[in-house]
Design a protein around this ligand. Sequence first.
Ligand SMILES: Nc1ncnc2c1ncn2[C@@H]1O[C@H](COP(=O)(O)OP(=O)(O)OP(=O)(O)O)[C@@H](O)[C@H]1O
Length: 427
Amino acid sequence: MKEESIGLIIGGSTGVVIGIILAVFALFCFRYHQKHLQIGNSSSRRAATIPIRTNGADSCTILSDSTIGAESPLKSGWNGMPFWLDGFKKSYMVSATGLPEYSYKDLQKATYNFTTVIGQGAFGLVYKAHMSTVETVAVKVLATNSKQGEKEFYTEVMLLGRLHHRNLVNLIGYCAEKGQHMLVYVYMSKGSLASHLYGEENEALSWNMRVDIALEVARGLEYLHDGAVPPVIHRDIKSSNILLDQSMRARVADFGLSREEMVDKHAAIRGTFGYLDPEYISSGKLTKKSDVYSFGVLLFEIIAGRNPQQGLMEYVELAAMNTEGKVGWEEIADSRLEGNFDVQELNEVAALAYKCVERAPKKRPSMRDIVSVLTRILKSRDHRNHHNKALSSTAEVYIDLDQTETKNSVSNHRRQDSVDSATDNEV
Ligand SMILES: Nc1ncnc2c1ncn2[C@@H]1O[C@H](COP(=O)(O)OP(=O)(O)OP(=O)(O)O)[C@@H](O)[C@H]1O
């Protein structure tokens, strides 16, 4: 009996010890798991908020820079996940990027085996794709010679996926399969602003439409500079990067993508010749005001219908000698407008453009200022139109009244004549 109870005690305590060991082990496993998840989360937070490259007080993040990948603490597995979680990588990425991942097969089918090319840019070919779920999309296949690695690509997608605005060509998905990187965008059926300014196939844009487009582009950029977290410098504003949707609303494309090509390899200057901020070229410092400069060039391009790569700014400087930057800009107006514009409005837009291309970045307005100036210009246009309508309807009333009076006096005369003739007959 005594032996039995000793056995029971030993058995019980062994059980308790094993239980404790198991509990400690379970706790250890749980904490290990938690720690890894935290690393994963903090890295995605880092990717989303840490400025990747900053340049001075006015500077902000260049989303596309690839330094995040190199500095990332993620080492354990694919995109920093422990290997034992690898099986979940797809669903994990969908939630991390917030964007759907398309399969290569689906995109291949939707582009009729990549035969529906609609354009080519520095990153590679762009295809039109008919998806079964969404209507039509544009698929940008990033060139395979890109030095961008998997991690950098996902970081870029994750950051781009966070940017949404009615005046941006929003990224709606991506594909990373078979060594290819593809970005899926909303399809812009009316093509680029450049094709409307220079393409023979398109009707000339009216002056009113040009100002509307300028305001929409300004709003898209204002969002990138002041609404996005972290802020984004576009760094390549130009008419071929402004796309128009079905209702001719302008949207800014190509923001936040890393660029392999450089204008000046030594200074690592990136952008497009003709639109580049001279201050950025000389100092190598990229700020929001560099986008403002390019936007100013774009405004002059919209006014003059001339390509910045073919001497637009020289033409502007010549005109500025006569105009002092304020009035007389109508002489540079696009001949396709055939003089159909409001001179005061054109001068106001050109004066704004001239401020944007000031040599000293500090003297240039911010995108927010630009949006409010263009909004005011459009409001006074509406006001004028309203006023003119009211005037013309008043004039119509007068004309109506005049005509009624004329009619009355004619019939009075007639009546008088007939009275007179009756009297004559009587006489
Ligand atoms: N979302 C889209 N919808 C419709 N067409 C598009 C879309 N994105 C791009 N395109 C077309 O593909 C062309 C190439 O676009 P992409 O952005 O790759 O290069 P780019 O802007 O012309 O030049 P760069 O790459 O040097 O800036 C555009 O000019 C446009 O005609």
